[in-house]
Design a protein around this ligand. Structure first.
Ligand SMILES: [Zn+2]
Length: 143
């Protein structure tokens, strides 16, 4: 039996369900590694994952680690509550992060007041273990 004093409260936000295409991404995140699909034929990197290279249509897709560094390409701060699990975190920042390697991904910028987030701000990945089966990649300002 677990002690209610030490039991973590249940995660109240949606937990990602990996698709066939995204499963390598989520499995790497469990190891606190950020990976992106890369085309062995033309070298293109992209996100979200697809089974064929969106540049040359090759199926020679491999997953490779990326630096986890990038810049805020665009962002919006959410004030309205769309899900009860986020109610206590408002406002929060949802950003498109352009990774140094090229792909862009949607995530949260944390560790800074949402109204201080700016486009082109340098950010780096941080990992948030939200369940035994899921880890999220979020971003914080560099330095
Ligand atoms: Zn390609």
């Amino acid at each position: 039996m677990s002690d209610p004093q030490t039991t973590k409260s249940a995660y109240a936000k949606p937990i990602p369900v990996p698709s066939h295409e995204s499963r390598p991404f989520w499995e790497a995140l469990r190891q606190h590694k950020l990976t992106m699909p890369k085309c062995s034929a033309c070298g293109h990197r992209w996100f979200p994952p697809t089974l064929l290279c969106p540049s040359c249509r090759s199926a020679e897709v491999v997953w490779e680690p990326v630096s986890g560094r990038g810049k805020v390409f665009s962002f919006v701060n959410f004030h309205r509550n769309y899900h009860k699990g986020f109610a206590d975190e408002r406002p929060y920042c949802v950003a498109v992060v352009a990774l140094d390697e090229g792909p862009r991904m949607i995530s949260n910028v944390i560790g800074i007041a949402p109204d201080e987030v700016r486009c082109d701000m340098a950010v780096e990945v941080v990992y948030e273990d939200i369940a035994e089966t899921a880890t999220l990649a979020k971003f914080k300002p560099v330095g």
